[in-house]
Design a binder for this molecule. Structure first.
Ligand code: ZN
Length: 126
């Protein structure tokens, strides 16, 4: 098993501040993302694409951040960094991915790849 980088706040006050900050950052980023979407409307093609790229970068930065789980979008949980995907997942989602992979591996064994095309994804959580 690889070393896992997990952020888990033990102090309740620190946890509350961190979770509120995460939520605030997500809210601000999504408000800007929405504003850019409105600004994008009825723009000439080049400008439309440039604004679209800016929106994509903004969303990508949020997805790569610890502010929310890349899978369930939860902000109020301990987070685990997936170094291969370069994204943060809540520890619950990461564990569910591991459990699912192990369960399917138990069922299909060496034939796993014949019935699933997502082995690379799940293996990043092991
Ligand atoms: Zn999650």
């Amino acid at each position: 098993m690889k070393d896992k980088k997990i952020i888990a706040y033990k102090n309740e006050r620190t946890k509350k501040i961190a979770y509120n900050l995460r939520k605030l950052i997500v809210r601000v980023v999504m408000a800007e993302w929405g504003r850019l979407g409105k600004e994008q409307e009825n723009k000439p093609t080049l400008e439309y694409i440039e604004i679209g790229n800016e929106r994509g970068d903004l969303y990508g930065a949020l997805q790569a951040s610890i502010c929310e789980c890349s899978s369930c979008r939860d902000t109020n949980d301990d987070m685990e960094y997936n170094a291969t995907l370069k994204e943060w997942f809540c520890t619950q989602c990461a564990q569910e991915y591991r459990d699912y992979y192990h369960k399917e591996k138990e069922i299909y064994g060496d034939h796993y790849a014949k019935v699933h095309d997502d082995e690379d994804f799940y293996e990043t959580f092991l």
